[in-house]
Design a binder for this molecule. Structure first.
Ligand code: NAD
Length: 254
């Protein structure tokens, strides 16, 4: 269903975690991919694994000139950009009272301004091509007020809003813009704060477990593909039901 054989996709934060799974799925679905990240060793190893239809480019998503270079590189290598996955991000947690202004600005710069610059960079080329698909990775923290996420949550609510604005502005240009909202997902980001895979390991979510990066990547591949040709401005939660509501266990104390 998610055929990407005519598509070239640029994936930020693609060297590991969710971004790397998106790159794997996209190549498996026939796409050409450019993995863009700060992590050169991991990114180069991944594109070596993926073969001929994958390239790596170093990108700091906060750097406007680096964005232009990454887009130019993608067009030079593969001729066009059909899909952009704004996935790069950092996650932090601390109480609102102890969050610093400097750190808050840094998180917004990477997680939100980086998405804005990315969208802005690819829009002209997508218009020339007659359309495209932009998938912005927000979070469950962009759908609810999650404690200890003032900077991260604000950035992810911002990504959700920017997605809707893009969808409205770009609809007639046939550029679709959607957000994906992962719940707690097993990746290097969450492994480093002690999240574990497996059934029963995440009881405050209806499905009782954390997600796998490949499960998030499936949703992204769908939104990149023509199977989602009438889907824009949507927010797709891939969260095991986390944002739907508290589990019976937590409400009724069972
Ligand atoms: P990860 O830390 O494993 O991967 C993130 C990637 O982004 C890394 O390769 C990192 O080098 C890259 N990156 C960070 N800052 C960058 C910058 N300035 N420029 C370019 N690349 C940069 O994390 P992940 O869990 O795979 O997360 C991917 C996305 O999914 C993030 O936006 C994250 O907020 C979101 N998300 C993750 C979860 C989860 O539970 N893992 C939940 C909700 C949302």
């Amino acid at each position: 269903m998610n055929d990407l054989s005519t598509k070239t996709v640029l994936i930020t934060g693609g060297a590991r975690g969710i971004g790397a799974e998106v790159a794997r799925k996209a190549v498996a679905a026939g796409a050409r991919v450019v993995v863009a990240d700060l992590l050169e060793d991991e990114g180069k190893a991944l594109v070596a694994e993926l073969g001929d239809r994958a390239r790596f480019v170093r990108l700091d998503v906060t750097d406007e000139e680096a964005w232009q270079r990454a887009a130019d590189f993608t067009v030079a290598e593969f001729g066009r950009i059909d899909g952009l996955v704004n996935n790069a991000g950092i996650s932090t947690g601390m109480p609102l009272e102890t969050e610093t202004v400097e750190h808050f600005r840094q998180v917004l710069d990477i997680n939100l301004t980086g998405v804005f610059i990315g969208m802005r960079t690819v829009i002209p080329g997508m218009k020339e091509n007659g359309g495209g698909s932009i998938v912005n990775i927000s979070s469950a923290a962009g759908l609810m007020g999650l404690a200890l996420t003032s900077s991260y949550g604000a950035s992810k609510w911002g990504v959700r809003g920017l997605t809707k604005i893009g969808a409205v502005e770009l609809g007639t240009a046939r550029i679709r813009v959607n957000s994906v909202h992962p719940g707690m997902t097993y990746t290097p980001m969450t492994a480093q704060v002690g999240i574990e895979q497996g059934e029963g390991n995440y009881p405050n979510t209806p499905m009782g477990r954390v997600g796998e990066a490949s499960e998030i990547a499936d949703a992204v591949a769908y939104l990149l593909s023509d199977a989602a040709s009438y889907v824009t401005g949507a927010e797709l939660a891939v969260d095991g039901g986390w944002t739907t509501g508290p589990t019976v266990k937590y409400v009724m104390g069972q």
